[in-house]
Design a protein around this ligand. Structure first.
Ligand SMILES: Nc1nc2c(c(=O)[nH]1)N[C@H]1C(S)=C(S)[C@@H](COP(=O)(O)OP(=O)(O)OC[C@H]3O[C@@H](n4cnc5c(=O)[nH]c(N)nc54)[C@H](O)[C@@H]3O)O[C@H]1N2
Ligand SMILES: Nc1nc2c(c(=O)[nH]1)N[C@H]1C(S)=C(S)[C@@H](COP(=O)(O)OP(=O)(O)OC[C@H]3O[C@@H](n4cnc5c(=O)[nH]c(N)nc54)[C@H](O)[C@@H]3O)O[C@H]1N2
Ligand SMILES: [Mo]
Length: 594
C-alpha cells in the first residue's frame, strides 16, 4: 500500500491509501491525523468521472505534445508574457513554473480570488496568520461557525463539533445552522457590525477577560470607545438581530473554551479586512484566543515558516482584475479564470485581445475553449509533490500512483521549456521536493510544518511573539452608508419593496470551484414569487445571465444564492479589488431579477 494525499483545493488535505495495482480504488488513510476515516465524493467519484484533456491542441487542431510545447516556447519569446496560476492543485510543485518566468523575465500575479481581504485583517491585529491546529477545535466547548459552510467545505472538521454548543452566523440556514443552538441569520455584509456590537456588549456586560487583556491587549479602552461610535438600535435592526439574541450569544460563550471558525463568506467584500480584524478584536476582548481550546481559525498561511524555493521577484499584476490584453502571451496554469474570476464578460474580452492564450490543465472548461494552445496536465496521482494545508500543519507527500502518457507534470513542463529556450536546466525533481521536507519536523509517519505551535500566540502576537494585539480602531465603507440605517427604520417593514438583492455565492458540494459537477440554479426565498424551474435573468452593473429557480425557505428575502460552480455566476460579479489584501470581492454587488 502507498500513502498519498489529496491535492484538491480544500482545507482538509486528506491522507489516502492505495496501491498501483488496485488504483483507482482509493481509501482514507485512517492514521492520517486530519482524516476522519472517509473520503469525500469529490475525490472518490467526481474527479474520476470528469473527462480529461487527453491531447494537446493548437487552434483547436490536435497535435503531439512535442509540437504543442514548441509552440508554447515560441509564444514565450514574445516581449510581454504573463503566468496566471489558479488553485486547481494545491501541491507546492505547481509553483515551479515561477522559475521559468523568472528566467524569461515574464510577469506573474499577486493577490488572490480567495482569502486575501480576510488575511489582511488578521495581519492587522496579529501581524502573522498562524493556523489554529484542529486539536484546539477538538478541545473547545463552544464553536462559533461564522460564514463557513463547514459541512460542505471542510467536512473533516465535523467530528470535532460533536457534543459542543454551536453558534452559527450566516445569512443562509445552512446544514450546520439547522443543528446549531443559536443561528444568527444576519444580513449579508453586516459581520463587521455584528463583531463590533458583540464586543461592545461584552465590555458593557463585564464579559471581557481582564487578566488576558492586561497582558496581551491593554489598548482595550480605545477599542471600547471605537465601538461606541456605532449606533446600537439601527445597526441591530440592520443586522437583523436584537439585544436579547446578542446577550444569549455572549452568555453561551462566557466562561467556556470557544473557537471561532471563520469562513470566506464574511470577507468577499471590499471591506473584508475590517471584518476579520473586528472578529479577532472580539475574540481578544473575550480572551478566546491564544489559549487551549480557543482561537480564531480562518484560512491560515500554509507556507508560513518555510523558505520557498519558488518565490521570485519581478513584475506582478493583480490576479483578481488582470488586464490580460496587456500581454502578448498568457499562460493559464491550473485555473479556469473565464469562469472563476469576477466579471466574466470583461475577462473574455481581455483574453480575446491577447495574442496567444495557453491553457495548461486537466479538464476542458470555459478557459480551454478559448485558448490558442492547450497542454494536458497530469493529476496528483500521476506525479510527485508535497501538500501543505491552510487549516492544519501536516505536510504530506503526494506520490505517483498511476501513469499518464498524454499529460505533462509542472516540473517537466518547466524543464522542457527552459531547455528549449536555451536556459540552464532545473535541478533534479527530488532536490526541490526535499527542500520542502527538510524544513519540516517528523511526527511519526508524517511531517509537520516548521510553523507548528500547539497553541498559537500563547506567548504573544507579532513576528517575535512578544507583542500586543492591535485592536481595530478605524472603519470606512463606501458601499453602505450608515445613513441608510436610519432611513430603513423610519419606514415600516411592509413599505420597503426590495428590488435589488445581495448575491451569496458559496461553494457547492459536488464541485471543487469550477471543477466537476456544474449547475445553473438560483436559490430564492419563496416570498419573492417565482416558480420552481422557472428560467429568469439576473442582472447587475457588470452583466447578466439566465438561471433556473429553486425556492428555499433557508434563504433570507433580501438575498439570492448562486453556488460558485454555477455556469454564468461570474457574469454578475464585480471586477473590483478589496480595499486591502488584493482580493476579489464576489459579493460586493446587488442584483436585479427580470
Ligand atoms: N465541496 C467543496 N469544498 C470546497 C470548495 C468547493 O468548491 N467545494 N472550495 C474550497 C475553497 S477554494 C475554499 S476558499 C473554501 C471556502 O469555504 P467556506 O469558507 O465555507 O466559504 P464559502 O463556501 O464561500 O461560504 C461560506 C458561507 O458563508 C456564508 N456567507 C455568505 N455571505 C455571508 C456574509 O455576508 N456573512 C456571513 N456571516 N456569512 C456569509 C454562506 O452562506 C456560506 O454558508 O472551501 C474549499 N472547500
Ligand atoms: N462566484 C464565485 N466565484 C469564485 C468563488 C466564489 O466563492 N464565488 N471562489 C473563488 C475562490 S475561493 C477560488 S480559490 C477560485 C478558484 O478558481 P480557479 O483557481 O480558477 O480554480 P478552478 O475553477 O477550480 O479551476 C481549476 C482548474 O485547474 C486544473 N487543474 C487541476 N489540477 C491540475 C494540475 O495538477 N495541474 C494543472 N496544470 N492543472 C490542474 C483543472 O483543469 C481545473 O479546471 O474561484 C473563485 N471564484
Ligand atoms: Mo478558495
Amino acid at each position: 500500500m502507498i500513502k498519498t494525499t489529496c491535492g484538491l483545493d480544500c482545507p482538509d488535505a486528506c491522507g489516502i491509501t492505495t496501491s498501483t495495482q488496485t488504483f483507482p480504488k482509493i481509501e482514507a488513510d485512517k492514521k492520517h491525523p486530519t482524516s476522519n476515516g472517509t473520503l469525500c465524493s469529490l475525490l472518490n467519484r467526481y474527479m474520476f468521472e470528469e473527462p480529461r484533456v487527453k491531447v494537446a491542441k493548437i487552434e483547436g487542431k490536435e497535435v503531439s505534445l512535442d509540437i504543442a510545447m514548441e509552440a508554447v516556447a515560441n509564444a514565450l519569446k514574445s516581449d510581454k508574457k504573463l503566468l496566471w496560476r489558479g488553485s486547481g492543485n494545491f501541491g507546492v510543485m505547481q509553483e515551479i513554473t515561477n522559475l521559468l518566468f523568472e528566467k524569461i523575465e515574464g510577469t506573474t500575479t499577486k493577490g488572490t480570488l480567495c482569502d486575501g481581504a480576510g488575511d489582511e485583517g488578521i495581519l492587522k491585529g496579529r501581524e502573522v496568520n498562524r493556523i489554529l491546529p484542529p486539536e484546539q477545535i477538538a478541545n473547545a466547548e463552544v464553536v462559533v461557525v461564522w460564514g463557513k459552510n463547514i459541512t460542505v467545505t471542510a467536512s473533516h472538521l465535523m467530528p470535532h463539533l460533536k457534543g459542543k454548543k454551536i453558534i452559527v452566523i450566516d445569512p443562509i440556514k445552512t446544514a450546520i445552522a439547522k443543528q446549531a443552538d443559536i443561528h444568527l441569520q444576519v444580513a449579508p455584509r453586516s459581520d463587521f457590525y455584528t463583531a463590533i456590537m458583540l464586543s461592545r456588549f461584552a465590555i458593557m456586560g463585564d464579559y471581557e477577560d481582564v487578566e488576558f487583556i492586561e497582558e496581551f491587549a491593554p489598548d482595550i479602552e480605545d477599542f471600547y470607545d471605537f465601538t461606541k461610535e456605532f449606533r446600537i438600535r439601527p445597526i441591530l435592526d440592520y443586522i437583523g438581530t436584537d439585544l436579547s439574541e446578542m446577550g444569549k450569544i455572549l452568555e453561551m460563550i462566557s466562561g467556556k473554551k470557544t473557537v471561532f471558525l471563520v469562513g470566506n463568506g464574511v470577507q468577499k467584500y471590499s471591506n473584508g479586512h475590517h471584518v476579520l480584524h473586528a472578529i479577532d478584536s472580539l475574540a481578544v476582548t473575550l480572551g478566546k484566543i491564544a489559549k487551549e481550546g480557543c482561537g480564531v481559525a480562518f484560512l491560515g498561511n500554509s507556507k508560513l515558516g518555510f523558505d520557498n524555493p519558488f518565490e521570485i521577484k519581478g513584475k506582478k499584476v493583480q490576479k483578481a482584475t488582470t488586464n490580460f490584453s496587456e500581454f502578448d502571451t498568457v499562460l493559464i496554469q491550473g485555473g479556469n479564470p473565464v469562469a472563476s474570476m469576477p466579471n466574466s464578460s470583461r475577462v473574455i474580452d481581455e483574453l480575446k485581445k491577447s495574442k496567444t492564450v495557453i491553457y495548461f490543465g486537466l479538464y476542458e472548461n470555459e478557459t480551454s475553449k478559448i485558448a490558442d494552445i492547450v497542454i494536458p496536465a497530469k493529476n496528483f496521482f500521476e506525479k510527485e509533490d508535497i501538500r501543505l494545508s491552510y487549516a492544519h500543519h501536516i505536510v504530506s507527500p503526494m506520490r505517483t500512483i498511476s501513469s499518464c502518457d498524454y499529460g505533462i507534470s509542472e516540473y517537466d513542463f518547466t524543464s522542457t521549456l527552459l531547455q528549449n529556450l536555451g536556459y540552464e536546466a532545473l535541478k533534479d525533481e527530488s532536490y526541490y521536493l526535499n527542500l520542502w521536507l527538510e524544513q519540516c519536523t517528523k511526527k511519526e509517519d508524517y511531517y509537520l510544518s516548521p510553523a507548528y505551535q500547539e497553541i498559537p500566540y500563547a506567548d504573544g502576537f507579532g513576528e517575535d511573539e512578544d507583542e500586543e494585539f492591535v485592536f481595530i480602531e478605524e472603519y470606512s465603507d463606501d458601499f453602505i452608508k450608515t445613513k441608510q440605517f436610519t432611513r430603513a427604520r423610519k419606514k415600516s417593514k411592509k413599505e420597503i419593496i426590495i428590488t435589488e438583492y445581495w448575491l451569496i455565492t458559496p461553494k457547492a458540494s459536488k464541485a471543487l470551484n469550477t471543477q466537476f459537477k456544474r449547475d445553473n440554479r438560483v436559490i430564492l426565498h419563496p416570498s419573492l414569487g417565482f416558480e420552481d424551474n422557472q428560467s429568469i435573468t439576473l442582472y447587475s452593473n457588470y452583466g447578466e445571465h439566465k438561471f433556473v429557480v429553486k425556492n428555499d425557505e433557508e434563504m433570507r428575502n433580501d438575498a439570492v444564492l448562486i453556488y460558485a460552480n454555477s455556469i454564468g455566476v461570474n457574469f454578475l460579479t464585480p471586477d473590483i479589488l478589496s480595499e486591502e489584501g488584493d482580493s476579489a470581492c464576489y459579493q460586493e454587488v446587488k442584483i436585479s431579477i427580470r
